[in-house]
Design a protein around this ligand. Sequence first.
Ligand SMILES: C[S@@+](CC[C@H](N)C(=O)[O-])C[C@H]1O[C@@H](n2cnc3c(N)ncnc32)[C@H](O)[C@@H]1O
Length: 264
Amino acid sequence: MAQSRHIVRAAASNDFSAGRLLIITAIAIMSVLAAIAISAAAEEPDYAIERAAMVRTIVSYSAEVNLATGRDRITPGVLEAMGIVPRHEFVPEGVRRQAYADRPLPIGYGQTISQPFIVALMTDLLQVEPNNVVLEIGTGSGYQAAVLARLAREVHTIEIVPALADAAAQRLQRLGYVNVATRLGDGYYGWQEAAPFDGIIVTAAASQIPPPLIQQLKPGGRMVIPVGAPFALQYLVLVEVDGERKVRTRQLLPVQFVPLAGRN
Ligand SMILES: C[S@@+](CC[C@H](N)C(=O)[O-])C[C@H]1O[C@@H](n2cnc3c(N)ncnc32)[C@H](O)[C@@H]1O
């Protein structure tokens, strides 16, 4: 009898040890997972401080160009979008640390992601409303499309370089930009099936304003486009189509963009 009591006690003590071991193992696993999460976060900073500094730079530059553009400031909605979109996700690893510097950066295939100030200025000039449908020519990294996606209902964007078009489509999907439609093609011809657009933004320099793009603008719509010869003096041009489809163009300021490729 004494022996059987002893056996019962021993079994109870084994259960206790097994339970304790389980708890200790669980705590150890959780600590390791927490350590991995902390070190991953340390390796992948979200660049919030750099992004805020970039927005301050944009604000200070906008005061300098207000006479040329007729806009006395970049609107708060555009600044908010620029302060949220993670530009470092749109540039190659090798230049990630410079993602928030106010300058264009290489994205491969001889192309660039535009200078943040120019992205903010062009977006602002478009005067996007929340119910707007907009078209971008020159997806590149997808960054400009992501900024527009925070302001418009739908964004359509066309890229002519297949590898860039693929990478941008995947990136925008991974980052959750569900209101951006991407397409591989020559943006000179626009996107007829999705037209008409409230706004069109062209992020490569055209030697003339493509007529199909003017036709795809709604009455009251606006287009912002760099116009000029490749690698020569180019101007940012604002195109406005009024209610009677009369077209007004205004040269705003000198800029430098990669040329619009394709048949035209
Ligand atoms: C300055 S980069 C655009 C940067 C881009 N908006 C971004 O946010 O990264 C110009 C882009 O226009 C593209 N491109 C040039 N000609 C084009 C065309 N005819 N149709 C569509 N994309 C074109 C280039 O391949 C390049 O990716």
